[in-house]
Design a binder for this molecule. Structure first.
Ligand code: ATP
Ligand code: MG
Length: 570
């Protein structure tokens, strides 16, 4: 490929609305152009990267026995009504009508379509297991589409669905995909980590996310510092170790104290001279069906995902002033568990170990001290409902948890019989008994993986592609294209490298060398070969490694061999 023929419009400045590095660099280096919020044109350099990522993914899915198919993006509403998700999925689902006023959705994921396909075509245990996948545009009307390819409203995903006879089969399929995902991200040249994850709206009971480690990641990960323990979890999911036994102090007399204008834990701490660890924080939450009170220690935060899963509801939101007043009889900031009527009291595990604590008195400007769970109020549900923090003990081995930021590039789920039961996808086993097919689903964000690779591999000059997914391996830069000898030699080198299987780009533009070098660094080709007067006179080429900036002088007869060797480790 010649640069004069390539549509890669580089920019000097990044557009002001690009917040993260990958977004800025994709725009500046001429990889993408915006069409609408979260909707982009993928220019030729992007297509080259995406094709490489997709190829790696296809090879690894096929290696595990996956079969590629392609399902429609446009899905009839009836399928979503049948699964019950037409109402549940909410505004994220792109909905449209055909000319006959029939409802459709643009697929954000394909459980409904594939389960009904398999329902129609599979009837016997002999046809299982099946691993079916596609690579396709997905549509999600995200609340905040942003960060370029990181969170689009139209994006490319690989989604695979597994169909097994039983849980044992599902465990095998899940393991296969776990291995495939590890191989995919390794081959893409990324630093990543599988972590335990919440299974969210998709449902199911076991899930892991694959996180590319990068400071800019939206996800927070907790992982065990011990080399021998593999525990790592999304902070949404991270579990706490069992709390210490109940404090062995004598129980003091429950006393009401005036705490004027003290609404926050900090204010109560100051007013009562009691540390946050001795305060029971009471938060009221509203779901679609009820109001609940959630108790955590004053220095902790409620984990709303754990709460949502516990309640099995569609949403949980902090209750508003009116609800708080109605339920507690007091304003926000004075809620407490004592005497609270008509709402379920859900307490975090730690709360049961607390003794002589402070809590709101459900009376404006008053708190209680010497509050004791069991004696002064009862707990309806005692469970792990708080955020775990870095520095706490690992729930597996007790060593310390560390924190890292990550970008979720893939997620795998055990769905079990959730969709097959609702949609009636069954098979006959060896004894002729009808059973639900046991399913799993497994997604990789192809476009997000590309953005994550940039987030992890860049410097002040631009992108640094891992060789496996670079748009080109090498850029050949004649210093002065008007010098006939340089131009001819550069052309010759380019042809030879191409013949040797190296993906080379010849920068034959009539630009100053400095401009071409800047673009080479910005676009991020792993290697740059400079063809200047020295190369002409001495038949030796300067090969620069983008990642390290190292320059090697390579004689002409060793060029192909050396370039191939260098690419192997980049
Ligand atoms: P997130 O929590 O980031 O919104 P998700 O958990 O909803 O993502 P999944 O349903 O697990 O996403 O989809 C599988 C993969 O698709 C994700 O791991 C991610 O890589 C990718 N993906 C999901 N939403 C988007 C998006 N809006 N833009 C780009 N890629 C996405
Ligand atoms: Mg996910």
């Amino acid at each position: 490929m010649r640069a004069t023929a390539l549509l890669a419009p580089t920019l000097r400045e990044a557009p002001a609305d690009a917040e993260v590095v990958s977004h800025r660099l994709l725009l500046r280096a001429g990889f993408i152009r915006r069409v609408a919020a979260g909707v982009y044109n993928y220019l030729p350099l992007t297509m080259r990267v995406l094709k490489k990522i997709e190829r790696i993914i296809r090879e690894e899915m096929d290696r595990q026995g996956g079969q590629e198919l392609l399902m429609p993006i446009m899905q009839p509403a009836e399928l979503w009504q049948e699964s019950g998700r037409w109402d549940v999925y909410g505004p994220e689902l792109f909905r449209l009508k055909d000319r006959h006023d029939r409802d459709f959705a643009l697929g954000p994921t394909h459980e409904e379509v594939i389960t009904t396909l398999v329902r129609g075509e599979v009837s016997s245990y002999k046809q299982l297991p099946l691993l079916l996948y596609q690579v396709q545009n997905k549509y999600r009307d995200e609340r905040r589409p942003r960060f370029g390819l990181m969170r689009g409203r139209e994006f490319i995903m690989k989604d695979l669905y597994s169909f097994d006879r039983d849980e044992k089969g599902l465990a095998e399929s899940y393991m296969k995909m776990h291995e495939a995902y590890n191989r995919v991200f390794q081959r893409c040249g990324l630093r990543f980590r599988p972590v335990e994850a919440d299974s969210g709206a998709i449902g199911g009971n076991e899930s892991q996310e694959f996180m590319v480690l990068a400071e800019s990641g939206e996800a927070s990960i907790l992982f065990c510092e011990s080399d021998t323990c593999n525990y790592a979890a999304n902070v949404e999911r991270a579990a706490q170790i069992n709390p210490p036994d109940k404090a062995k102090e004598g129980l003091d007399k429950l006393t009401e104290k005036e705490t004027p204008e003290c609404r926050t834990v900090e204010e109560v701490t100051r007013s009562l001279g009691i540390p946050p660890q001795k305060i029971i924080k009471t938060l009221l939450y509203e779901t679609d069906t009820e109001v609940v009170a959630v108790l955590v220690r004053g220095d902790r935060e409620v984990n709303e995902i754990k709460l949502l899963n516990l309640l099995g509801s569609l949403r949980v939101d902090l209750a508003g002033e009116n609800t708080i007043l109605k339920v507690t009889g007091a304003a926000r900031g004075f809620s407490g568990p004592i005497g609270l009527k008509g709402v379920k009291i859900i307490a975090d595990l730690e709360v049961s170990s607390m003794a002589n604590a402070a809590a709101g008195a459900n009376r404006d400007h008053f708190h209680y001290i010497n509050v004791n769970p069991g004696r002064d109020f009862s707990i309806d549900i005692l469970t792990d409902v708080r955020m775990v923090e870095a520095g706490e003990p690992c729930p597996c081995c007790g060593q310390k948890l560390n924190e890292a930021r990550g970008i979720e590039v893939g997620q795998i789920f055990k769905l079990g019989a959730k969709y097959s039961k609702i949609l009636g996808a069954t098979y006959l086993d060896e004894s002729g008994k009808s059973k639900p097919i046991i399913m799993g689903c497994y997604g990789i964000g192809v476009t997000r993986t590309m953005a994550a690779a940039i987030e992890q591999n860049n410097d002040q000059d631009g992108i640094i592609w891992p060789a496996a997914i670079a748009p080109f391996h090498v850029v050949v830069v004649p210093v002065n294209i008007k010098d006939a000898e340089q131009a001819a030699l550069a052309e010759n080198i380019y042809e030879r490298l191409t013949a040797a299987g190296v993906e080379a780009l010849l920068d034959d533009r009539a630009e100053r060398a400095g401009v071409k070098f800047k673009d080479a660094d910005l676009i991020g080709y792993p290697l740059r070969i400079t063809v200047g007067s020295k190369a002409v006179s001495e038949k030796t080429f300067e090969v620069k490694t983008r990642r390290t900036g190292e320059v090697s002088m390579v004689p002409e007869d060793k060029l192909e061999h050396t370039v191939l060797e260098m690419l192997r480790v980049l």
